[in-house]
Design a protein around this ligand. Structure first.
Ligand code: PZK
Length: 287
């Protein structure tokens, strides 16, 4: 790192540093988590794939909302960004009914105050994408809240703006992904506000860690869907009878290689850019 960077935070698979001049450095590691546990084995280049994908989407969604990206570093895994005042909500958009949305729907017929059609099956496409905000829990287990509860947290006018932008980002990215054989089932955006009061897209965006990517060619509602990127890892973890508590199992070399290949495949399919070209010059995703 070329400048004085002070470590200010750790996520499960990322690190955050402070840089001079109100900037932050977001570094995506090669760590992988499954069933909420970070595994002892890394997936080489996973952090670069996620950083490259975020950069790609930031460059292509500027017409929808400004973003925090200032520069991609040559290591391909580090993003210099503007420091913002982050909103206290997770901005989740769902195009398909799965995960906690499926659980809530199954129990109540509603998700975050949206009443949904009766008789929907697990993983079914929704009639229209819905904005389903969540609180930012310290535990890491975000809790779904209603749109009115979210509006109380950020203010009604800001809420309306956030919902409109999140839905527009999802529509743009899901159409792009679907045309390339990947279903973007749902995704979580982190938005902040800059010194002028303008809304800014932050964090990582539209990556397999912040979204559910499903292979379109095996999509079938009525069951849970295989994950585009983590399916080999999940299958292996199930096969060894791991109880899903810390620590997780070491991954064999072939599971690491298959999983790395899925991340690189997702990068290539979504960006149309070869991952080797990205490694040679990360700025290729911004052009
Ligand atoms: C910010 N995080 C998440 C936590 C990580 C990442 N542009 C920004 N301005 C202010 N704050 C943040 C951002 C961004 N992005 C992001 N927390 C704060 C997080 C821990 C480790 F790598």
């Amino acid at each position: 790192m070329s400048e004085a960077a002070v470590h200010v935070g750790s996520g499960k698979v990322r690190e955050l540093y402070e840089l001079p001049d109100d900037r932050l450095l977001l570094v995506a590691s090669d760590r992988i988590s499954t069933f909420d546990v970070v595994l002892p084995t890394e997936i080489p280049d996973k952090g670069r794939v996620l950083t490259g994908l975020s950069g790609f989407w930031f460059a292509r969604t500027k017409h929808i909302v400004a973003n925090h990206l200032l520069a991609l570093r040559d290591d391909g895994r580090s993003t210099e960004c503007r420091r913002l005042e982050m909103l206290p909500i997770e901005c989740v958009v769902r195009g398909y009914i799965t995960g906690s949305g499926w659980k809530d729907y199954h129990a109540t017929g509603e998700v975050c105050g949206h009443r949904l059609p009766e008789g929907m099956r697990e993983s079914e496409r929704l009639p229209d994408p819905i904005f389903t905000p969540a609180t930012k829990a310290q535990s890491g287990h975000d809790e779904n809240i209603t749109r009115d509860e979210a509006a109380e947290l950020v203010g009604r006018d800001r809420f309306d703006e956030v919902e409109r932008i999140a839905l527009e980002l999802y529509r743009f990215a899901s159409a792009h992904a679907e045309a390339r054989g990947i279903i973007l089932a749902d995704t979580k955006f982190e938005l902040g506000v800059d010194g002028d009061g303008a809304l800014v897209l932050a964090d990582e965006a539209l990556t397999p860690d912040s979204s559910r990517f499903w292979p379109a060619d095996s999509y079938a509602p009525g069951r849970s869907q295989p994950s585009f990127d983590k399916q080999f890892v999940r299958d292996y973890c199930e096969s060894v009878g791991w109880d899903k508590t810390y620590p997780g199992p070491e991954l064999p070399d072939e599971v690491v290689a298959e999983t790395r290949a899925k991340y690189v495949e997702a990068f290539g399919r979504l960006t149309g850019i070869s991952f080797d070209d990205y490694l040679g010059d990360p700025d290729v995703v911004l052009r």
